[in-house]
Write a protein that binds this ligand. Structure first.
Ligand SMILES: *[C@@H]1O[C@H](CO)[C@@H](O)[C@H](O)[C@H]1NC(C)=O
Ligand SMILES: *[C@@H]1O[C@H](CO)[C@@H](O)[C@H](O)[C@H]1NC(C)=O
Length: 216
């Protein structure tokens, strides 16, 4: 049986090597995503560097106001590796979020990224919730020019609490941060999560669960 100190150092070594396996340094200047590549790596295969051009590192359109005519009154315009192939392997991305008056960006999480937000127009209430058992809700109202951070993995949201439209620019610490919108993944799973599971999990009436499952 391992003694406590050697177990401790063993775990240290293990977590260190895991960290290296995930967060390695690039061994090349860039790896522009090649959507045609059949190579499956942790990210996308690289385009031949000789064929890379300026447009691979370019995106245009973040000045445009997103269409917020939808049920939640907000629109995210992502600039991640799908929109900008030069981001592949670089661990960073950007986005714009527009809000109609009282529009919300519903509670969601990015499994692979911390997010930093700055308001460029209007007033936003923002918040995130810490993990169990505290589930502490940390929230603040932001004005134009204010900056706030949502730590990786935590459920967060924004709401336009001003009178006009609002807009924000977000940056994320992954070229492919992923989005898990809580309502969609819980009530909109395909195929459905059994209603009974959700009835118990959320302590809801069966009809309400059926209703929510039809909506998402
Ligand atoms: C905005 O989205 C709505 C709903 O999808 C659509 O009816 C409308 O034409 C869109 N407006 C613009 C300017 O694209
Ligand atoms: C800022 O919001 C106002 C309305 O509140 C709108 O008229 C203006 O176009 C917005 N500006 C930008 C840059 O989105």
């Amino acid at each position: 049986m391992a003694s406590t100190p050697s177990l401790f150092f063993g775990l240290m070594a293990l977590s260190f090597s895991l960290a290296l396996a995930i967060d390695h340094n690039a061994l090349q200047d860039f790896c522009v995503a090649d959507p045609q590549s059949q190579v499956r790596v942790n990210g996308l295969g690289c385009k031949d560097p000789k064929l890379v051009e300026a447009n691979d590192f370019f995106f245009s359109g973040l000045h445009l106001v997103g269409n917020t005519s939808n049920a939640v009154g907000s629109r995210v315009t992502p600039v991640a590796v799908s929109q900008l192939p030069g981001l592949n392997t670089l661990g960073i991305s950007l986005g714009r979020v527009d809000f109609a008056p009282w529009g919300i960006n519903p509670p969601h999480t990015h499994p692979r990224a911390t997010e930093i937000i700055t308001v460029i127009n209007g007033t936003l209430e923002v918040g995130f919730v810490t993990s169990n058992p505290e589930n502490r809700h940390i929230t603040k109202v932001l004005q134009k020019g204010d900056v706030f951070v949502f730590p990786v993995g935590l459920v967060h949201y924004q709401r336009n609490v001003g009178y006009g439209n609002a807009a924000a620019i977000v940056a994320l610490s992954s070229q492919n941060p992923g989005v898990i919108t809580i309502a969609n993944s819980v009530f909109g799973a395909m195929p459905d999560i059994a209603g009974d599971v959700l009835v118990k999990a959320f302590q809801l009436d069966k009809n309400i669960v059926t209703n929510l499952q039809a909506k998402f």
